[in-house]
Write a protein that binds this ligand. Structure first.
Ligand code: GAP
Length: 600
């Protein structure tokens, strides 16, 4: 069976996530909120398993790391000192035609011909001109001149005048230039033989102004292979949005370009100049609307770690190097959230600030990069799909001496999962300066006092969950109840991460002994793992339902369990493996130990 294309694959993953309760759009019944997601019953289990495993590896299994849980609402002084108030901004650009907003650095370089239109004028007569036309046409009805009068109504009035006065003026096409020419041809004919004041009033009404003009210039990029007429169509739409009903465009100037980011890649329309947009959400503490009550929703969890450094150092009595870990929500008003949960406006981070002596920084950067790669392999993301990008000097924060991005091959492209950065002593020094409180470390051995440096592995919970689902999604062929091959959707989660660890199935739901035994097994396993009891439908269907949500083990209670066929098999069940679909017979009493070992 051929593998689905990456776009198809992503569509299938998004649909499965909704269908089986991993991820829903936030506020969906009200039309949804862009860039915000809710995790359903299975999503929340997966997310918790990931966070628990990170916490286990980073905090519980180490002597040199302690945890904390800081507040989300953050004092503005913290984010001022960290540089976020001034500098946590993305450059954004708007499409001048659709007002769609983009991050400036996401606009691809494009080549083609730029068509520049300096202005446009309306081919439609002004309201006064239309009134004069209606009078001259001598229609039976009272002329209805309003903003809804169409181009063809206006032209019909002109044609009626020409017909009544035996003027040979040909009907225009729908093109604005042709309509303008039609009225300009009609005008001298009327003025040659005026019968009332309305001929002169039409002349005045077709002058510029009161005919509308838009003096804004506008540029369109026509890419190789596209027709030049596209420029005109796009420019007309632009001027229509600015109130011209039938824009007549002057001759554009043309210029060839080979590398430009100034145009909307979707429609070729000009973009505005880039301008900074601060990504932080601001709110107000308490009832006062005083500027002093401003607080921010934190854009990263890291800052509360730096701000609590001194307290935690004192209470934990750790020696350098040591780390402070935190998992929690962060908020960024992303310009265009996209790729499902990949870029969201509310997300969770798993961050470690690992403090050290200055001379240890570069070595620890390497150490943590390797540790983090191992972590991803241990949750089921193969090394071959992980890539380490050394962030080039010019893209690195000015205070960082080295940064790696750990990237994953998502179906929508290779993208960042986590950043591992050597941030020097920048953050602690900034907070020390701004708060006036010493954030130094006293080395008992050397009797030196200094601001520690820090290496920060900063991972995204939501991005890792998405990577886990993308990595786990697979389709294979398996026999149905009648032995006919069918497509099976399987989430091949690492058992450690799977939301439900074990499905328990009595072979028949109307056999009270099978049901009782199955329920007893559920109670036996529940203290150790998440278990799902299912008695409805054919056994094959029940396996498929669990395969689709990634449950690694399935237990079936059958007549052999009851000892009906062979007394030696009493109190044994079949244990089915999700991936190989192989079944083995195991004793019920051994189940907790066997499964716990496979889930460790
Ligand atoms: N304290 C450093 C820091 O916050 P970052 O590279 O901006 O660094 C770290 O963010 C990680 O947080 C990213 O690698 C990503 O996994 C996650 N992340 C950042 N912005 C995100 C967003 N808008 N949606 C989902 N995850 C995001």
């Amino acid at each position: 069976m051929s593998a689905p294309s990456d776009t198809q694959r992503m569509e299938k993953i998004v649909s499965l996530c909704k269908r089986r309760g991993f991820v829903f759009q936030s506020s969906e019944i009200y039309g949804g909120l862009n860039g915000l997601w809710d995790y359903g019953p299975l999503g929340v289990e997966l997310k918790r398993n990931l966070k628990n495993y990170w916490w286990r590896v980073i905090v519980h299994e180490r002597d040199d790391v302690v945890g904390m849980d800081g507040s989300i609402l953050t004092h503005p002084a913290v984010l001022k000192a960290s540089g976020h108030v001034e500098g946590f901004a993305d450059l954004m650009v708007d499409c001048r035609l659709t007002n769609e907003r983009f991050k400036a650095d996401q606009i691809p370089f494009q080549e083609g011909t730029i068509f520049t239109y300096e202005s446009a004028r309306d081919a439609m007569p002004s309201d006064d001109g239309l009134l004069a036309l209606a009078q001259l046409a001598e229609t039976d009805q009272e002329p209805q001149i309003n903003k809804d009068i169409s181009m063809s109504d206006a032209v019909s009035l002109g044609l009626r005048i020409a017909q009544r006065r035996n003027l040979f003026i040909s009907a225009p096409t729908n093109e604005p230039e042709s309509v303008e020419q039609f009225f300009l041809d009609l005008l001298p004919e009327l003025l040659r033989n005026p019968k009332s004041e309305w001929e002169e009033r039409f002349r005045l009404g077709y002058s510029i102004p009161p005919r509308r003009v838009c003096g804004d210039s506008f540029r369109v990029l026509v890419r190789p292979g596209e027709s030049d007429s596209r420029a005109k169509k796009t420019a007309r739409l632009f001027y229509q949005k600015r109130g011209l009903r039938l824009p007549v465009l002057p001759q554009p100037s043309k210029e060839r370009v080979s590398q430009t980011q100034e145009f909307n890649p979707e429609n070729g329309a000009e973009l505005t100049a880039p301008r900074p947009f601060n990504l932080m959400f601001q709110t107000q503490l308490g009832a006062s609307s005083d500027p002093s009550s401003i607080a921010y929703l934190r854009p990263e969890t890291a800052q509360s770690i730096f701000v609590q450094f001194k307290n935690i150092l004192e209470v934990s009595r750790k020696k350098l190097p040591f780390g402070i870990a935190q998992i929690g929500k962060a908020f960024r008003n992303e310009i265009n959230p996209r790729n499902f949960t990949f870029r969201s406006r509310e997300f969770e981070q798993m961050e470690l600030e690992y403090f050290c002596r200055p001379e240890q920084g570069m070595e620890l950067l390497e150490y943590w990069k390797e540790e983090r790669l191992t972590f991803y392999e241990n949750i089921g993301i193969p090394r071959s799909k992980l890539h380490v990008l050394t962030v080039p000097d010019e893209e690195r924060a000015f205070y960082s001496k080295g940064t790696y991005d750990i990237e994953y091959d998502f179906p929508f492209g290779r993208q960042e999962l986590e950043g591992v950065a050597y941030r020097t002593d920048y953050d602690l020094s900034q907070h020390q300066k701004a708060s006036g409180k010493a954030l130094e470390y006293f080395d008992e051995e050397t009797k030196q006092r200094f601001v520690p440096h820090v290496v920060e592995p900063s991972a995204g919970v939501d991005r890792t969950v998405l990577a886990l689902i993308c990595e786990a999604y697979s389709e294979d062929q398996a026999p149905d109840e009648k032995g006919k091959m069918e497509t099976r959707v399987v989430l091949r989660f690492h058992p450690r991460l799977a939301p439900i660890k074990c499905g328990v199935f009595p072979l028949l739901k109307n056999n009270s002994q099978l049901v009782a035994k199955a329920k007893m097994i559920v109670e036996l396993l529940r203290p150790h793992m998440t278990v799902f009891y299912d008695e409805s439908g054919a056994i094959g269907r029940r396996y498929r339902r669990q395969d689709e949500i990634g449950t690694p083990f399935g237990l079936t209670v059958d007549f052999e369990t009851l000892g009906e066929k062979d007394p030696a098999l009493r109190d044994t069940v079949t244990l089915r493996d999700r991936d190989s679909m192989k079944q083995e017979r195991v004793a019920i009493q051994d189940l907790p130990a066997i499964l716990r070992e496979r889930l460790a």
